[in-house]
Design a protein around this ligand. Structure first.
Ligand SMILES: Cc1cc2nc3c(=O)[nH]c(=O)nc-3n(C[C@H](O)[C@H](O)[C@H](O)COP(=O)(O)OP(=O)(O)OC[C@H]3O[C@@H](n4cnc5c(N)ncnc54)[C@H](O)[C@@H]3O)c2cc1C
Length: 320
């Protein structure tokens, strides 16, 4: 590990943090430490880092804003975090460049300031752009992938822009090439004279409007969230994927009478059945045990096998 840290500290523009607790970097507030947490401050630092890790076949995990993650209590060896890559700028009147470490709320603030409407239904999703694109985060019938024209994918061999085709994004899923990490995206912009939410290809577009219209939409979206989600407690959002477009995970869990069920400080939310909340001192093990209990009960009582939407980092600490 010491040799690895020495080598990493030689990469220009890379912040290296040793033995960094990961729980504070996730919204569920559970999990152990990262042996080293690596924060590139530029795209070239990220490319240098992935080249180094790839060349030595050192496994690593990518951390966004930690809002869809359950990290093992045992921790993780190497974690790459893109929180320092958060530039946003227009490329032309029809394109917006956004780096993956930018938060969705940061992107929404840009939209308000510059008067572009489209992604307000995603307000309140506490993710980074990279994590949101990886998960194809969505709410209220809108998904982030709908608005993306192309993605910059970085590997140990460098960065490459890929155009988004139909089918690249699906329900809470993207088709990022394996071994690749999303470093930036390009969004479609249009002036108000173009038709709302529709471009020639049928894909969605951010449309130029008055900022007050956007602010109003955000307020409405947030009102719905506050009334239906347990936002005062640590969580990772919806734990399970909806089994189909007609059957929601929350209704199955609620119908089994599981709301309020606890394992130590992990609890199935009383407010939203598909949320598990951390009442204070839950461990990753408690959360995962409760996930297992919910799956078992729903399977036994309804015959439906729930699958996790949250990502679980269950690796034991590697010897580096
Ligand atoms: C209160 C609350 C409400 C939520 N509401 C919603 C909702 O309405 N809709 C919804 O879809 N989700 C929702 N979520 C879940 C979560 O916010 C989203 O999935 C979010 O997009 C995850 O982004 P992140 O940056 O936090 O990713 P992380 O949790 O950090 O990571 C998630 C996954 O993405 C990968 N990843 C992260 N960054 C990159 C990258 N740059 N390149 C490649 N892979 C990457 C990680 O390795 C991991 O596998 C909610 C969560 C909370 C806590």
């Amino acid at each position: 590990m010491q040799q690895l840290l020495r080598d990493l500290r030689r990469i220009d523009g890379l912040i290296v943090e040793e033995d960094r607790p990961l729980a504070p970097l996730t919204t569920m507030k559970v999990g152990g430490k990262a042996g080293c947490l690596l924060k590139p401050t530029s795209l070239s630092a990220l490319e240098g880092l992935l080249n180094y890790l790839g060349g030595r076949q050192i496994p690593y995990k990518v951390l966004g804003n930690g809002s869809n993650l359950i990290v093992s209590d045992k921790g993780i060896g190497v974690v790459v975090c893109l929180s320092k890559l958060k530039k946003i700028y227009t490329i032309s009147k029809r394109g917006l460049y956004v780096e993956a470490g930018c938060t969705l709320s940061g992107l929404l603030s840009w939209c308000v300031k510059n008067g572009y409407s489209g992604i307000e239904p995603l307000a309140g999703i506490p993710g980074s752009l990279g994590g949101a694109l990886f998960m194809n985060a969505g709410a209220n019938g809108v998904s982030i992938g709908d608005f993306v024209e192309s993605l910059c994918v970085t590997t140990g061999d460098g960065s490459q822009w890929i155009n988004i085709n139909k089918g690249f994004f699906s329900y809470r899923k993207s088709s990022i090439p394996s071994g690749g990490l999303i470093s930036a995206a390009r969004f479609r912009l249009a002036s108000s004279s173009r038709k709302a939410n529709a471009m020639d290809s049928g894909a969605a577009v951010m449309r130029s409007v008055h900022p007050s219209y956007i602010l109003n939409n955000i307020k409405e979206t947030m009102k719905k969230r506050v009334s239906s989600q347990p936002l005062g407690r640590p969580s990772a959002g919806c734990v399970f994927r909806n089994p189909s477009s007609r059957i929601s995970a929350w209704s199955l869990i609620a119908s089994c009478g599981l709301q309020g069920t606890r394992i130590r400080d992990a609890q199935v939310s009383e407010k939203h059945a598909n949320f598990i909340v951390n009442l204070g001192k839950a461990s990753s093990h408690d959360i995962l045990s409760l996930i297992g209990l919910v799956k078992k009960r729903v399977w036994e009582e309804t015959g439906v096998y729930l699958r996790e939407e949250v990502v679980v980092w269950n690796n034991e600490k590697q010897n580096l």
